[in-house]
Design a protein around this ligand. Structure first.
Ligand SMILES: [Zn+2]
Length: 433
């Protein structure tokens, strides 16, 4: 081949790769532009779009509504050996609200700036991941790859409002059991460094409201056991505990997900008057709300004793409520082994390496994701979003993802899906785990 011809071939190959990348990015932008913002996500539009993407890949598809108006889309790439357990790639279709005036580009426009950064709500959390799964499958099919194990993809609603009508009902369903899933991949967090973050468990949210009651009295009188005094004693105690946890974190060597976080969400007290509050009256009731996040390694019973004895003791006319998230997901069963005992861990670590990436030490996710429902159902799950060298802007203004990072993430999933789908061992079936 003459030098000129060789050069021409290289140029043509390069141009077609660029055209391919452009098409990949515009498909991502198209998904980002679908308004799936809570509290009124256009779920059917998102589902229709994903189905249109799955069609050319000949994936089996079914839409399930555990709750009317909240469709969950399940796709399947059928493996050649039905005796092997399958694996599941999960992503949620909804996103959190935004204040568009605080954004450089409108969060539903998915504008790509001259650096190649795509600004949109969901660009990190987690429409990126949902589309990357599909793009990876597209690439694997183009390369002629055939999976041994079946690959399932779930696009679930409502994660941002607790996942109760989405992943929770799915993970508890007979349908989910029948899929025989050995491992689930769900969302992680972007990493500001070169290496990707992986999560093997998460803290469980305790939304605590403590209430104090006491005799009302004149604002000028000093007496014991007023509601305010009793509440303040509890708040002081809770603040000491918070400081002890924060000190551990500041001392370094442990991650955010390893300590209990405690933050006050509200304070409610006082007797309203037309001009504000009555000043010469000590009120008979006062309450405070806290967002508490408990790592699986923490002794939940000991923490609850502390709550009963120090933070809201009945002896001090206090009571408490643990709101919305009543499940205390503490204990070993909510941790997915990230060591040699779990073959899926080694496969993941290796596959990322083969794609030219690196995973950092596995962590406890500081907040909550749908992964907890799969773990609760007895299926191991890793939280992983292949986003490196990017600040974490989940739920923040100007959430963005760089085009190059997005494309690199697809190659990472190509490698992972290939490794998982080719894994021949029968171990990892639900019965054995
Ligand atoms: Zn998310």
């Amino acid at each position: 081949m003459s030098l000129l011809r060789l050069l021409l071939v290289v140029v043509v190959l390069h141009l077609s790769a660029v055209a391919g990348d452009d098409a990949i990015v515009s498909r991502f932008q198209e998904y980002l532009r679908i308004n799936t913002v809570q509290p009124n996500p256009e779920y059917y539009k998102a589902v229709d779009f994903i189905i249109s993407q799955a069609k050319p890949l000949s994936l089996e598809s079914q839409t399930i509504e555990f709750v009317k108006g909240k469709p969950l889309l399940l796709l399947k790439w059928v493996g050649s050996d039905p005796t092997l357990p399958a694996f599941l790639l999960n992503s949620h279709t909804d996103v959190v609200p935004f204040e568009d005036s605080k954004w450089t580009h409108h969060p539903l426009q998915a504008h790509m700036d001259h650096h190649g950064d795509i600004y949109a709500r969901g660009s990190q959390d987690m429409k990126c991941v949902g589309m990357q799964y599909l793009e990876a499958i597209r690439k694997l099919q183009a390369s002629g790859f055939k999976p041994l194990r079946s690959v399932y993809l779930s696009f679930v609603p409502d994660e941002e409002i607790g996942g109760h009508d989405g992943a929770e009902k799915f993970a508890e369903s007979q349908l989910f059991k029948s899929l025989n899933i050995a491992i689930v991949l769900d969302e992680g967090l972007p990493s500001p460094t070169e290496s990707y973050r992986v999560f093997y468990g998460e803290r469980s949210p305790w939304w605590l409201v403590i209430k104090a009651k006491g005799p009302p009295g004149h604002g000028a009188k000093l007496y014991d056991n007023s509601a305010m005094e009793n509440l303040l004693k509890s708040i002081e105690s809770i603040r000491r505990f918070r400081a002890s946890q924060f000190d551990l974190l500041k001392a370094g060597g442990i991650a955010e997900g390893d300590v209990v976080s405690v933050n006050m969400a509200f304070l409610k007290a006082g007797t309203p008057s037309p001009t504000g509050f009555v000043m010469n009256l000590q009120p008979s009731e006062a309450e405070a709300g806290f967002d508490i996040r408990v790592p699986p390694s923490v002794d939940a019973e000991a923490l609850e004793r502390r709550l009963v004895e120090e933070w809201a003791p009945a002896a001090r006319n206090m009571s408490f409520e643990l709101g919305q998230f009543k499940q205390k997901l503490t204990g070993k069963q909510f941790l997915t082994a990230a060591d040699d005992s779990n073959p899926w861990w080694g496969l993941l670590e290796n596959a990322v390496k083969e794609a030219g990436g690196r995973t950092s030490k596995p962590e406890i996710f500081p907040a909550s994701t749908d992964a907890r429902y799969f773990r609760k159902a007895g299926v191991p799950a890793f939280g992983f979003s292949p986003i490196s060298n990017t600040p974490s802007l989940l739920h923040d203004h100007n959430e963005y993802l760089g085009k190059a990072e997005y494309l690199k993430g697809i190659e990472v999933y190509v490698s992972i899906i290939k490794a998982y789908a080719s894994y021949e061992s029968k171990s990892g079936s639900r019965d054995e785990l």
